[in-house]
Design a protein around this ligand. Sequence first.
Ligand code: UT7
Length: 333
Amino acid sequence: MSNKLTAAITAVGGYVPPYVLTNQELESMVDTTDEWIQARTGILERHILKEKGKGTSDMAVEAILPMLEKKGISPLELDAILCGTVTGDYIFPATANVIADKIGAKNAWGFDVSAACSGFLFSLETGARLIESGKYKKVLVVGADKMSSIINYEDRNTCIIFGDGAGCVLLEPNTEGYGLLDSQLHVDGSGREFLIQPAGGSVLPPSHETVEDKLHYVHQEGKTVFKFAVTNMANVSYEVMQRNGLTGDDVDWLVPHQANLRIIDATAERMGLDKNKVLINIHRYGNTTSGTLPLCLFDFEKQFKKGDNLIFSTFGGGFTWGAIYLKWAYDPN
Ligand code: UT7
């Protein structure tokens, strides 16, 4: 029993929209093959939010409300909402505000965290600090992206990778040694040109030219991003293990960002982990950007036991990357 105040995950939620975009359908849209996509990324299908007028907040709400209901918590009890996303409903106001309104979290404040694929992990770190301050008792951390809204379905370099989805966790105070125990997060803005949505911000505001030049879509130099990702995600995960005295045997689960199965495999290998400890759902969802980590928790929640050691690991545009060491706080029901 420790007296230190930590932030524990006490509930998880997840949602993907019903439409499934398969590799076979992509074969009819761009010059690609199911075989290439599976071999180079591990992806079989991804989910797409097709409904007109629906945005990232709508997927988040679908993830949040069943989670709160299952936990028996009213939205009115939430103190804060943090939403990792790069496809917010609007440039402003923040998607966290829209979510608060849609779920009726009238007592919460909040904001969005823009860190591309690291959006959820950066939000989790921030949410944990709010809990540790002692001022906030229930913090909702969301990772959600409607990537289909910024993907060019004529660009085979990007359209095969990304999907839409949302996940969330509830953070609550813990004094028994469970929850978020360590973190190491990084940014390197010199990598921004390799994975970027070039237009729509203040540098290149929307214009006929930016639309004609397709500058509102994701631009990725895959090979360069791959090289940075594979090294940095593996290194940061290993460093967090090392400084907490954890070996591969001590780690129960790796919760990795799902960008490419080859990057996940390299990270697990560096950590000395058995394959059965690595949470993988990239084949079903592709890369949902901020959604990948909480969707992993949602899919595998029933396998976690109280006291399990989890390492979260991510790499994304920016560049942004990092790892978090968290002790799981509850048994499956
Ligand atoms: O989540 C945020 C961080 N993002 C990432 O971590 C993504 C990191 N990057 C990657 O995952 C990989 O670089 C990709 C999956 C994007 C691409 O895989 P790659 O093994 O790096 O392929 P490549 O870009 O080096 O392309 C190899 C070949 C090229 O043909 P040539 O030049 O060898 O003739 C490409 O034109 O594959 C071709 N190619 C494709 N072929 C079929 C590229 N995309 C496709 C495609 N289908 N969709």
